[in-house]
Design a protein around this ligand. Structure first.
Ligand SMILES: Cc1ncc(COP(=O)(O)O)c(C=O)c1O
Length: 420
């Protein structure tokens, strides 16, 4: 299986077999249950959610497993976050603090509502914003915070919630990558005012694309439901009144059917992810020069991505070169996650938003002169250049974890020996 010579130097790779993938059936728990519910929808011939049963049941069961009062489905995680922002009905030019390391979907809802995104730096150990980094970005225009539980790990929520309370800020949890992750006995999405989820292909549960918003607030839930349905109440005297501006983010019954089968499996999916990932974390702890994933005290993650770092000095190798070595051994880790902080994408850096207006930054209500510069984000740059990441899934076995640890151990041993 392996010799001492690194595969990048012409040796045998530690592992040659590919790993299960979230991109197909190998790493997904999709099967007869989804097919049965989908078949019901097709036989009934009713594919849209209005008046249907599947999306409504998915919402009810999703709310139940989170212990939330309300769940409102949407067509994607991006849509769910847009629903959350639209539901708050903030004033154009108001500011929302979020993170530099996330999918663009976190920021799109902010911009769509003419709100100005403000970026807090991340803790280099987790890639997640903290009360300390958020506090530095609060201004008189700040109204809300979107916390992203990156990689399925958890933000340290207690100090963030305390800070938000002190400054009267709304907290939205972006749980797109953190379905069923826990923090001090609370499930992700239940600590803030609203929690937003993605059901995109790679997420812990999937409908291909899809999303969900949860909340315990009756008024916000009512508004969120309308926002995702063109502002249309569909009841009483307001039956055909479009009460305010909102898009159509209605999930279909086809997606509802798959989501319903998936939500019934989420416990098993999460248990499988934890079993293999926790073993890998344990094995990495035993390798000198390798730092296993840092877990926020009190958190129990659900492993969307498995991440770790190395002590470059102890191993005498750069993270970039170590990455090349372990990939050649058959452990498919990238370095970083997204290529740059989100504010360097053209949409933000070049203000490619609404025509050539530069809105929301140029709004008269907005704080003038807002710019973003990577030199103000040392934690972010550390994560993007030094954190090894590999997509995780419920198809990963304990043998897979042992192979990955073996490949990493082989490379670490080589560099330690070379260093002398
Ligand atoms: C943290 C985070 N937020 C938002 C999104 C957007 O979700 P979607 O791709 O379903 O629109 C994603 C998707 O990857 C994500 O990872």
């Amino acid at each position: 299986m392996s010799d001492e010579i690194l595969a990048i130097n012409g040796g045998q790779p530690y592992r040659t077999k590919s790993f299960p993938s979230v991109g197909n059936a190998s790493g997904r728990m999709l099967g007869d249950e989804e097919i049965a519910l989908l078949t019901e929808v097709i036989r009934e011939g009713k594919l849209n959610r209005v008046g249907g049963t599947k999306v409504a049941k998915l919402e009810a069961e999703f709310a139940a497993i989170y212990g939330a009062k309300h769940a409102i489905a949407a067509t994607s995680g991006t849509a769910a976050l847009h629903v959350a922002m639209g539901t708050l009905n903030l004033e154009p030019g108001d500011e929302v603090i979020t993170t530099t390391i996330t999918d663009m979907g976190t920021v799109i809802g902010i911009l769509m509502c003419n709100l100005v995104p403000i970026f807090a730096d991340v803790d280099p150990r987790t890639g997640i914003i903290t009360a300390e980094t958020i506090a530095k970005q609060i201004t008189p225009k700040t109204r809300a915070i979107i916390v992203v539980h990156l990689f399925g790990q958890m933000a340290d929520m207690d100090p963030i919630l305390a800070l938000a309370k002190k400054h009267n800020l709304i907290v939205i949890e972006d749980c797109a990558q953190a379905h069923m992750s826990e923090y001090k006995g609370h499930t992700a999405g239940t600590m803030g005012t609203m929690g937003c989820f993605s059901f995109q292909q790679s997420k812990q549960m999937t409908t291909g694309d899809g999303g969900m918003v949860i909340t315990n607030d009756d008024d916000l839930a009512y508004r969120a439901r309308l926002f995702a349905d063109k502002g249309w109440p569909r009841t009483g005297t307001d039956y055909r009144g479009h009460l305010f501006l909102g898009p159509n983010y209605r999930l279909t019954e086809l997606q509802g059917a798959v989501g319903l089968a998936q939500v019934r499996k989420i416990g098993e999916i999460v248990a499988r992810r934890r079993r293999s990932a926790e073993l890998l974390a344990k094995l990495l702890k035993e390798i000198p020069g390798v730092n296993p994933p840092y877990i926020t005290p009190g958190a129990n993650p659900t492993w969307w991505i498995f991440s770790f770092t190395i002590d470059e000095k102890a191993l005498g190798v750069s993270s970039a070169d170590f990455g090349k070595a372990i990939r050649a051994e058959g452990a498919p880790f990238g370095v970083g996650y997204i290529p740059n902080p989100v504010f360097e994408y053209p949409v933000i850096a070049e203000r490619k938003t609404f025509g050539t207006s530069g809105i929301p930054w140029t709004l008269p209500q907005a704080r003038p002169g807002i710019t973003y510069d990577r030199k103000d984000y040392p934690g972010t740059m550390q994560v993007l250049t030094h954190t090894f990441t590999m997509s995780w899934n419920e198809g990963m076995t304990e043998d897979d974890a042992r192979d990955i640890a073996g490949a990493i151990a082989k490379a670490a041993k080589h560099y330690r020996a070379q260093k002398g």
